[in-house]
Design a protein. Structure first.
Length: 101
């Protein structure tokens, strides 16, 4: 079972958490405001998870995967996404910032 870690703790101890994941096989769920945000898992776990969704070896990883995703998007889809982002920014009136998270 994965151990829960707050974002601030994960930021402060990232190197130690990575060592525990990489060498100890531990898993961590990183939470913000008590809600799961991300998971820190070893590369073996990641390969297994990606393998469940299809052949991971045939897909690019990391930044290459992002480049591929942009390449597959049609220009009109990208324009719509960008327009939605800019519209949202214009409507945004700000929000309170929680310095504890």
């Amino acid at each position: 079972m994965a151990e829960k870690v707050r974002v601030t703790e994960a930021k402060a101890q990232l190197s130690a958490l990575m060592a525990r994941v990489g060498y100890g096989g531990e898993r961590f769920v990183i939470e913000r405001r008590g809600r799961p945000l991300a998971a820190l898992v070893g590369v073996e776990d990641l390969a297994r998870l990606e393998g469940e969704k299809g052949d991971a070896s045939s897909r690019p990883l990391g930044a290459l995967a992002l480049v591929g995703a942009w390449g597959e998007a049609e220009e009109k889809d990208l324009d719509a996404v960008l327009e939605e982002i800019y519209t949202g920014r214009e409507r945004d009136t700000g929000r309170p910032v929680d310095l504890e998270a």
